[in-house]
Write a protein that binds this ligand. Structure first.
Ligand SMILES: [Mg+2]
Length: 89
């Protein structure tokens, strides 16, 4: 953990809250979560490639897509935890 970690995690939490408001509780199969994560990782790849190719000067879009990846991973963990222990989730 660094001094930057709490701020970044707060951003992940805000993105997670945005997802929750948009989609509600998502209880999906692990394979579906991995496809969603793969899609978000693909978007991060695309943003990094656009930067590398000189089509996008700044890396803010790449950073935003990394937040999507992190928030989707948190969502997948929450979904899995409900599956593993539905009586306590
Ligand atoms: Mg995205």
């Amino acid at each position: 953990m660094t001094a930057a970690t709490p701020g970044v995690l707060a951003e992940v939490q805000r993105e997670r809250e945005r997802q929750q408001a948009k989609w509600g509780e998502q209880n999906l199969e692990p394979a579906v979560w991995l496809m969603i994560l793969g899609e978000e990782v693909g978007e991060a790849n695309n943003a990094a490639l656009e930067h590398l190719l000189g089509n996008r000067a700044d890396l803010r879009h790449y950073r935003e897509e990394l937040l999507h990846v992190a928030a989707a991973a948190v969502n997948a963990i929450e979904s899995l935890d409900r599956q593993l222990a539905p009586e306590t989730a």
